[in-house]
Ligand binder design. Structure first.
Ligand SMILES: [Zn+2]
Length: 438
């Protein structure tokens, strides 16, 4: 089946960042067949008028604790310390498989609704394989593209990764051929000189899967963890360093030299206290960036917000650093176009999916969104990147297409029971509210 989306402003996010004004996107099955103006299409192609809109690659969130979504906004005024107490020491243990499922289902739908077509579920509440089964059940029920980053904060990674049922779970659910559901291992490196995490890194190496790790988090992880990973040979191009905020130049050099990428959650770093959002340092060291939302216990899964906040934080730091030298910044280094790249292509590169998604080019999977520019907050248009970063909101995502399937149309989800997912999250919220009163 072929579909053509006609007459939009098409941001390809290809290597040259080609933009087609009055451009078309032709989709054949699950892939993009052609991109450009006035495309000739096969007979019988369904024509969709996208005039007045922006077509851009679906956004990619490389670090989101989806299981926490049923606690949306509960920790709005928390610091990271309060978050750790709640999830790691107290309430995290009470999450049942069905609670993980409720959070993941809601979060998956929220992603599609906000134009996020690929999400890494940084799932560190998997206390048992039953919890992991529940996480996967939700991720496969929502027809977006997901990566399960398996973790368990209630045990050391050397413990849970050694369990035969963990290996069995991985072999049952994941294969490199399935690009709708990827797999990573998610754990942090504390800096203990004995480096107990080594065994978990060896499991990841043995399974051939990437490791994602909260690195450079003030009070939790630091340069020691990076140094231990490096000295033992576990820093690879597929390693994702989440936050990477409170680190010295030595660690940034080690990350750059081994080809890893950073997942920056600017809203999280600013509010929770991991450290100053590090893009100004990452740029200096040539470390590739992707963006992430972290957790809905504070923030929503809205990468428009991530792009805007990241640009602001980077510029804020650039100005302050210059002022300290009695200098004036006359031209901002980080551009709106750069953060759009980080939210799309940057995520694809970080996940090793650059040949699959992240840009609109023939042969890639058809993952894209259409944004409505015909709203008071987005007219007139001089620069399309500026519109995306500073004018548009998640509510202007009109259409979301994943693997050639239209999942959101006219702002309405087509394929899954939205009301049912919201009811499950509300049911969980009632349970929490009742428990907190005791
Ligand atoms: Zn996190």
């Amino acid at each position: 089946m072929t579909l053509v989306f006609r007459n939009a402003t098409v941001l390809t996010m290809d290597d040259a960042h080609t933009v087609h004004h009055g451009g078309d996107v032709l989709v054949d099955g699950e892939r993009i067949a052609a991109v450009g103006p006035h495309l000739e299409v096969p007979e019988g192609t369904t024509e969709i008028d996208a005039s007045g809109g922006i077509v851009m690659p679906g956004m990619i969130d490389t670090h989101r604790h989806m299981w926490q979504t049923a606690m949306r906004g509960y920790g709005a005024d928390w610091t990271l310390t309060q978050y750790f107490v709640w999830y790691y020491l107290q309430w995290g243990k009470t999450f049942r498989p069905q609670d993980i499922y409720a959070g993941n289902l809601l979060s998956g739908l929220e992603a599609l609704d906000a134009g996020v077509t690929t999400t890494v579920d940084w799932s560190h509440g998997l206390q048992t394989v039953d919890h992991a089964e529940a996480a996967v059940a939700a991720l496969t029920e929502v027809p977006g593209r997901f990566v399960l980053a398996y973790g368990n904060i209630q045990q050391g990674p050397w413990e849970w990764s050694a369990a035969p049922e963990f290996r069995d779970f991985v072999s049952r659910h994941f294969s490199p051929a399935n690009d709708m559901l990827g797999f990573q291992m998610a754990f942090d490196v504390t800096g203990d000189p004995a480096f107990p995490e080594q065994a978990a890194f060896e499991v990841a190496r043995d399974l051939g899967v990437p490791v994602t790790t909260h690195a450079g988090v003030w009070g939790a992880t630091n340069d020691d963890g990076i140094r231990l990973m490096h000295e033992h040979g576990f820093m690879t191009p597929s390693t994702i360093y989440v936050h990477a905020a409170t680190l010295t130049r030595d660690s940034y050099h080690r990350i750059a030299a081994t080809g890893g990428t950073a997942s920056v959650s600017t809203e999280s770093e600013q509010s929770a206290g991991q450290g100053y959002p590090p893009t100004w340092q990452l740029r200096e060291h040539g470390i590739p960036v992707s963006l992430s939302m972290d957790t809905s216990v504070w923030w929503s899964g809205d990468l428009f917000s991530a792009m805007r906040t990241t640009l602001g934080a980077d510029r804020s730091r650039e100005h302050l650093e210059a002022h300290a030298r009695q200098e004036t910044v006359t031209h901002c280094h980080l551009r709106a176009e750069d953060v759009v790249d980080w939210a799309t292509r940057g995520g694809a590169k970080a996940l090793g999916l650059d040949s699959v998604v992240g840009s609109l080019e023939p042969g890639k999977k058809a993952d894209f969104v259409i944004l409505n520019l015909d709203v008071p907050n987005a007219v007139p248009t001089y620069d399309v990147y500026s519109q995306i970063v500073y004018a548009l909101k998640a509510s202007e995502v009109e259409t979301t297409v994943v693997g050639g399937k239209t999942l959101l149309k006219d702002g309405k989800l087509l394929t899954v029971a939205e009301a049912q997912a919201m009811a499950k999250a509300k049911e969980y919220a009632k349970k929490v509210a009742a428990s907190l009163k005791q």
